[in-house]
Design a protein around this ligand. Structure first.
Ligand SMILES: [Zn+2]
Length: 196
């Protein structure tokens, strides 16, 4: 999304600090892996240069893709919720919900409504936290624009907070993390099913 053409007030995300933004909980990775069914042939392993693993529940991906395809003329956006964990100083996140957010948007811009933020806080259950955000770039490709980077730095700057960008036209998507919005490699992102 780009900042121009929007009134200054509309491009600002209205943010509420909340105790829901908490520190990662200690949980050994093997223990977490025992609780899910990985949809991936390879075992998760941290890369030395970028120690973050992203686990995404299949149903969240489906709901983001559905939301993204809803309207390919305007950007769609939402908030990612779940849990952040640390194992011996290495981080991983488990995304369990992707909540669509009402936005003011056109093909290349959007802004969150203040009321939509309140709705997100109300929908968070006690244990989960905000892990980041997602939005679509219909037909524009997968990257973080200057405005997206600013949003990331301002509101999702913790090392385990991520941005997912989806281009519903090309079917491509990408994951970015931390205050600089660094691209997370595909080999560090894992889809899984919740164990029945
Ligand atoms: Zn964008």
């Amino acid at each position: 999304m780009k900042a121009h053409n929007l009134p200054a007030t509309a491009e600002e995300i209205l943010w509420h600090e909340s105790p829901n933004i908490c520190q990662p909980h200690c949980l050994k990775l093997p223990e977490f892996l025992a609780s899910i069914e990985l949809n991936s042939p390879s075992s998760p392993i941290w890369q030395a240069d970028w120690p973050l693993l992203v686990f995404l529940e299949e149903s969240c991906l489906k709901s983001m893709e559905k939301h993204a395809a809803n309207d390919i003329l305007r950007e769609q956006a939402g908030i990612l919720c779940g849990h952040a964990y640390v194992d011996g100083g290495q981080l991983y996140v488990n995304i369990t919900a992707a909540l669509p957010v009402d936005t003011v948007s056109d093909s290349a811009h959007f802004a969150f409504h203040e009321t939509s933020w309140q709705a997100i806080w109300n929908r968070l259950d006690d244990n989960s936290t905000i892990l980041g955000w997602y939005h679509t770039h219909p037909g524009m490709g997968v990257f973080l624009s200057a405005t997206d980077l600013r949003t990331q730095k301002l509101h999702f700057s913790l090392p385990w907070q991520i941005a997912i960008v989806i281009d519903p036209v090309s079917g491509q998507s990408g994951v970015f993390a931390g205050s600089e919005g660094q691209r997370v490699g595909g080999d560090q992102v894992y889809l899984y099913y919740r164990k029945q």
